[in-house]
Write a protein that binds this ligand. Structure first.
Ligand SMILES: *Cc1c(COP(=O)(O)O)cnc(C)c1O
Length: 377
């Protein structure tokens, strides 16, 4: 076995060999048919992942570049309602405040979004709504369809961060009235970090602002993207595009329906083990359907230090995530996104179970059987 660590993080995730190999070749011209074909192939599969017929552009930059592009091109100067129930909702709020007049529609991290307050903000004239579909910091899946319906009813643009749902869970940009959706390469797509893709609706294009950023000017991306062969406005991270083309080829081969089913099964297996261990999930929700299908957030048992739990798991060669900001030490998170299957899930759960026992958590029974039953189903 190669001596490499198993990253069970909510990004970056392990990158399949084929995808890594795609980055190793000699440089190619980014204004030529080979690059254009790779770009077009990525976009073809990403449209399916997004559930959209809208045009999709790829930016050289991490997911946050896509978030900033969305808000800066379509929200500058607008009144924005920023739905917040975790770290990434806050990030979209902060970007909204940088470019427009954003007000948070706040809920505690890991609790359901406040749709009544959103309705009130829309009545009050909000022209854009931002929301994180899968709030990675809290392991909660937010109701995109309902938020999209409200936004459309009030004719507001709907910007959705799909960074940890697109390519792993069901996303239906067109059906949900999403005007700008964003994904990052290092999450469910199982590609290397460094690319963001954005899907933009016709309604959004009609509202593109004049004072756009330069590097993240999506009108420039659209113009270059419509060339044949497809191009980007400036020199892109070509090796990452080639890797993403291979990662999207894997998605095409697996099929989105099978990929979504696999992600759902992996996260259900993690939840089954958590429940067998007698631990609590972090999200405070009414319906199981609001648990993230790509990352599981678990309350840290009383008296267990984050360093002890994750340190033990790490010594076994596996990395899981801790909590962010005020949740540091209060939760741990197990990513199950990208290419992971039963072997990675069972190895991770075995390591976490061992760490819990070692930390002296009382009453931890074996959760592997419960997980295996889910994986077998
Ligand atoms: C990872 C992540 C992002 C983007 O983060 P980058 O570090 O810029 O790639 C955005 N939103 C969510 C929900 C994420 O999980």
């Amino acid at each position: 076995m190669e001596n490499e660590r198993l990253l069970m993080l909510p990004g970056p995730v392990p990158v399949p060999e084929r995808v890594r190999q795609a980055m190793m070749r000699q440089a190619i011209n980014h204004r030529g048919p080979e690059f254009g074909t790779a770009y077009a192939e990525c976009v073809g599969v990403l449209k399916e992942c997004f559930g959209t017929k809208n045009e999709v552009y790829i930016i050289s930059g991490s997911g946050t570049a896509g978030m900033e592009a969305a808000v800066a091109n379509f929200g500058r100067g607008k009144k924005i309602a920023s739905m917040v129930n975790g770290k990434f909702g806050e990030r979209l709020r902060d970007i909204g405040q940088r470019y427009g007049d954003a007000t948070a529609v706040d809920s505690a991290w890991g609790t359901p979004l406040d749709l009544e307050a959103l309705a009130a903000a829309l009545e009050d004239g909000a022209e854009m709504v931002t929301m994180v579909h899968n709030e990675t910091s809290a392991g909660i899946l937010n109701p995109a369809k309902e938020v999209g319906k409200l936004a459309r009813k009030h004719d507001a643009l709907f910007v959705m961060d799909g960074v940890t749902s697109v390519g792993g869970d069901e996303v239906l940009v067109d059906d949900w009235n999403v005007d700008v959706a964003i994904v990052g390469s290092q999450k469910c797509l199982a590609a290397p970090a460094g690319l963001a893709a954005v899907a933009v609706s016709e309604r959004a294009w009609e509202q593109i602002v004049d004072d756009r950023p330069y590097y993240l000017d999506l009108a420039a991306y659209r113009k270059s993207g419509r060339k044949s062969p497809m191009e980007t406005p400036y020199t892109p991270a070509v090796p990452l595009f080639l890797a993403l083309a291979e990662a999207t080829a894997i998605i095409r081969e697996e099929g989105m329906a099978a990929r979504i089913a696999r992600h759902r099964k992996m996260s259900a297996a993690v939840r089954a083990a958590v429940s067998a261990w007698g631990l609590s999930m972090f999200p405070q929700i009414d319906a199981v359907s609001a648990y993230s299908n790509t990352v599981t957030a678990v309350k840290m048992p009383d008296g267990v230090a984050d360093s002890a739990l994750r340190g033990t798991v790490k010594r076994l060669g596996i990395e899981i995530a801790g909590g962010q900001d005020h949740l540091k030490g209060r939760i741990f998170r197990i990513g199950s996104m990208g290419a992971v299957g039963a072997p990675e899930i069972l190895a991770t759960l075995a390591a976490v179970q061992y760490a819990l026992k070692k930390a002296g958590v009382p009453g931890v029974t074996c959760g592997l059987g419960a997980a295996a039953e889910v994986l077998d189903a």
